[in-house]
Design a protein around this ligand. Sequence first.
Ligand code: HEM
Length: 445
Amino acid sequence: MGAGASNTKGLIQQVKKGPHRLKHHLENPAVVRTNVGVPVVALLNQETIQYIFNTDLVDKERYYLGYVGVREELTHGYCPSMFVNGEEHRRKKAFLIDALQRSRETLPSVLNAHILSHFEEWSRARVVTDFEDRVFFLVSDVMTESVFGSKVDGRLALNWLQGLMKIRTRIPIPSIARAKQHTLASAALPVLLKTIQESPKYQELIGLCHAHGIEEEEDGIVSVIFAVIFNAVAASSSVIVTFIARLYKECHGSRENNLLRATLEVLKKHGGITEESLDDMKLLESFLLEVLRLHPPVFDFFGVAKQDFVISTRKEKVEVRKGEQLLGSCFWAQRDVSVFLRPGLFRCNRFLDEEGGGDKRKHLVFPHGSLTEPPDLDSHQCPGQGIAFFLMKATLAVLLSYCSWELKSIPVWSDKTARLGKPDDLVSLTRFEFNSNKARRVMGP
Ligand code: HEM
């Protein structure tokens, strides 16, 4: 099985059935050899997924995540941190961790201001059919302004993102829609780069780039753009949308729920959104972790075996050969019955009251590694969880406490990989109201 081989049938099934085709057998496999558009050894539980995180055994493939890849021309040929290995990865990741750390200083005030102005705009519209895009624009404004010192145009960021990925097929599949997305993305990149070159923090970022041994400045800037738009904004905005959809499904739109009451109480107690008030929102956090357990934005992690090795499970031993693709299924590892009771059930209290309590968090692997372990330069684990949780919890707390809304329909999940954890149909609001006066009294000017 070569890492570059592709298979149209496998790809079609992957798109149609997503993670469910990996476990079509009645038994509960821990490892299967299958084809998802490329032949893979799929790792399907808590025990086996650990192999994908082991950088002594597994490398990232440049520009590729299994059956999808990044269009190199949309990164000007520079390879982002999450697709590189060894020294190049260490340099790029250290640079990103530094740049992200610096953004935390202004994040709270930037976030507050954008939440208020975006929600006021949504409530003027009253009907928010494009809810998913609007959440993306909110998160994009917050992330880009805190990293670059001024925001970039959210529509351009979305255009770039939507044209970025390509499917790995031997014979290209012609599509007018894809061609249009590609054209829009190509037009967006130079404007994004120019805006960033003129932004207040540009020179500081260039200084950091040199300090971390990244020789070409544009290489560093493209790494930051990718981390902000692809890693941070796409994931965090998807999770916010999924949370709102899941809440609607659980509470059927009723405003009388414990989560709302508990969140409002904490906000009043602390007098606004602060690190302390967000830390105190235990039920909101447990609900959010349960959303991320059942609906992680990234279902599958990919890598290529650096050498021959053997995967040992309680039941079997599977030989992996150098060059084979591995797929670590976050979707199934987080539904592993050996660590989560009744794993298919959504339980918003799971991370508060389940036996083992907070300990259960160590089995959440949605950041590409255990949530309780810090990312490091030799792993590909997400370095943005602190920022993501601050941003997601603050946005959700204000939504819960000062907004009311109605979804167009009760959401349904058949777990489509391309929806990044969101329900099958676009989430759209038929009504949105925001009590801006009340919120401003608690949140500042
Ligand atoms: C809940 C939201 C988020 C989730 C679930 C998430 C998940 C992930 C995952 C699964 C990866 C590894 C992807 C792969 O290698 O296949 C990753 C990488 C990364 N994430 Fe996140 N992420 C989130 C938010 C963020 C945020 C807010 C930031 C930045 C502030 C961020 C920055 C990064 C970066 C820079 C990488 C590349 C790491 C490396 O090169 O080793 N992420 N993230």
